[in-house]
Design a protein around this ligand. Structure first.
Ligand code: ZN
Length: 319
């Protein structure tokens, strides 16, 4: 794939980001447009087409140099049919997203869920470069995951493998969006950190978090670093749960690398240090001693680079 290019599209509930990427994972050009979910599925599909057309034009490339398009989308998906079955923040139901793009651009189109795409991006071009078996865990408003094992995305029977955010950590814990109680997501996500901060403020705790009208996990990280006890306690609890989640996943997969991504991972060295500390205590020793736990490298571009990586991996497999 020398001097060849692929397009990655990161389809989200608030914005659609697309980028042209070369075979070494470098972004040549990228562009983002609002999704405007209220405008409906045809509008969103047309936005994607416009984005791709403009990118190809701006890079002065023609369709022939673009080897394929990869789309990362929230799930659940039916990857074999190229369909988005439904997505909580998008107006799609059993929507075939591959055929219209294939018809329009006449090149191969690949679809996978956004967490799998980001995992593949980190595996090929980010923190997981050079690893054999890599687990990716993304922690932001929710907690998601992906596994790339021997170069292949592991999807499982119903293509929902690595729903690590819904691992039970407290049997009688708070209710999760999925209907279960005490999931990792409801205890350790950015949303969970923000929720605990608001509760502490509402309880009247003396904390610098009370200066914020709408406190998010970002403010909790900031105030913890400045020494606020409440912020430190909330973070410590959430990161302890996250560490347990990571230790459990490591015990199952025995990976050589675990990559932690998403907004919460940007909270600084405290995140990786705390997770590593918990893993050291709770994970099977032989596994923990041989697994690296690393912060994701691709940041906000993980989605598009990962979507583009789907194409590159597809070509590698077929060549
Ligand atoms: Zn859950």
């Amino acid at each position: 794939m020398k001097d060849e290019f692929v397009v990655g599209v990161d389809l989200g509930g608030t914005k659609i980001c697309a980028a042209v990427i070369n075979s070494r994972g470098k972004i040549i050009y990228d562009q983002t447009l609002p999704t405007k979910v209220w405008m409906g599925k045809t509008f969103i599909l047309n936005t994607m087409i416009t984005l791709i057309e403009e990118l190809i034009q701006k890079c002065r490339l023609n369709n022939k140099k673009i080897k394929g398009i990869g789309v990362g989308s929230p799930g659940p998906l039916d990857i074999s049919k190229g369909e988005i079955i439904c997505a909580p923040n998008l107006p799609f139901k059993n929507f075939d997203i591959i055929t219209p793009l294939k018809d329009k651009f006449n090149i191969p189109v690949y679809l996978d869920n956004d967490a799998n795409a980001a995992a593949l991006g980190e595996y090929m071009f980010g923190a997981g470069r050079g690893s054999r078996n890599m687990i990716f865990i993304t922690v932001s408003t929710g907690i998601g995951g992906g596994a790339v094992l021997n170069g292949n995305i592991y999807r499982g029977n119903t293509q929902n493998a690595l729903e690590v955010g819904h691992m039970t950590l407290e049997k009688d814990g708070p209710l999760c969006n999925c209907g279960n109680r005490g999931c990792a997501e409801v205890l350790a996500s950015g949303t969970a950190i923000a929720r605990e901060a608001k509760r502490a403020v509402n309880r009247g705790e003396v904390t610098s978090l009370s200066q914020y009208e709408n406190v998010t996990s970002r403010e909790v990280f900031k105030e913890a670093e400045l020494g606020d006890d409440t912020a430190k306690r909330i973070l410590d609890t959430a990161l302890n749960y996250l560490g347990i989640c990571v230790a459990n996943v490591m015990n199952c997969f025995d990976p050589d690398v675990v990559v932690i991504g998403g907004g919460v991972s940007k909270g600084g060295s405290i995140v990786i240090d705390r997770i590593s500390g918990v893993v050291k205590k709770r994970c099977f020793k032989t596994i923990s001693e041989n697994t690296k736990i690393l912060q994701a490298e691709l940041g906000t571009y993980a989605g598009v680079i990962g979507a583009a990586a789907l194409v590159i991996m597809g070509f590698k497999k077929n060549s």
